[in-house]
Design a protein around this ligand. Structure first.
Ligand code: FE2
Length: 271
């Protein structure tokens, strides 16, 4: 029923209310307003559902949008933080998880992955050749596969932006802002500490939530990763991971002085 139809019915009913007392008229008015609100809410919900259905993109359009926002970020047309919110929206809302799994041939990944006893196995899936999608994309993609209790060990990043989405299993995910760099430490501040199940996303840039650490609570557990490298060529820093020990000295205002460590120590402590 549309709003227009409803209004007509209510107006017609109103013309017969002239002979009733004030209390009945008030009661009628209250019920009329309630009916209008109810139907308005129904219309809104219908419209929202239609929008949600329309929001899903074809694989081709989705890949092109992911590519375009990466290009826009590299071309400094969008801020890194905007890329973060848009890539998480693209991962969470603009493609079905089942479609993304098909796109990366997750079935094959699950069957063939050789899991490691420490840290995460990294797999680089390829997208199928799709008409209208460039051969060379500005972003890269990766899947991390982990046994229970193993981690994508704590690390920050230089000159890159990445996004995670859990494909299978549950994780304990933690992010930290990189507040300052010292000679042998990084000053970090906890920003996210949550359980991450399938479909949940998070993201990284040089300016927001730069450090992350994901520990698998199930087995097998898989994370999908999209990354764009070489974002701040003028920084003088190589595009890279920077391993830290996040359980360092606690400072004021919730800050932590996290010691810079190498990959080997990071995996010994947290892998
Ligand atoms: Fe990372």
């Amino acid at each position: 029923m549309t709003m227009k139809d409803t209004s007509f019915e209510l107006e017609a009913g109103g013309s017969t209310a002239g002979s009733v007392n004030v209390s009945s008229r008030r009661d009628f008015t209250r019920r009329s307003v309630q009916a209008l609100l109810t139907i308005s809410l129904l219309d809104h919900l219908c419209a929202t559902n239609l929008l949600a259905a329309e929001a899903k993109l074809s694989a081709e359009k989705w890949l092109n949008e992911v590519n375009q926002i990466g290009l826009d970020m590299k071309g400094e047309k969008v801020q890194e933080t905007e890329w973060q919110s848009r890539i998480e929206d693209l991962l969470q809302n603009r493609i079905d998880l089942s479609q993304l799994l098909r796109l990366i041939d997750f079935e094959r990944i699950e069957k063939t992955t050789k899991f490691v006893d420490n840290g995460a196995r990294s797999i680089r899936p390829r997208f199928p050749k799709l008409e209208g999608v460039p051969d060379r994309l500005v972003f890269g993609q990766q899947v991390f596969a982990l046994k229970k209790g193993r981690s994508v060990v704590p690390h920050g990043h230089n000159n890159m932006a990445t996004a995670f989405m859990i494909l299978k299993g549950n994780f304990h995910g933690r992010h930290y802002d990189r507040v300052a760099d010292e000679k042998e430490h990084m000053i970090i501040k906890p920003t996210i500490d949550a359980k991450f199940g399938p479909g949940k996303t998070s993201s990284i840039s040089d300016v927001k939530d730069n450090v992350h650490w994901f520990k698998a609570e199930d087995e097998p557990a898989f994370i999908f990763n999209i990354h764009v490298f070489g974002l701040n060529p003028g920084s003088g820093k190589r595009t890279s991971r920077v391993y830290v020990d996040p359980l360092g000295e606690k400072l004021d205002d919730g800050l932590i002085r996290a010691r810079l460590i190498d990959s080997k120590e990071a995996h010994q402590r947290y892998g």
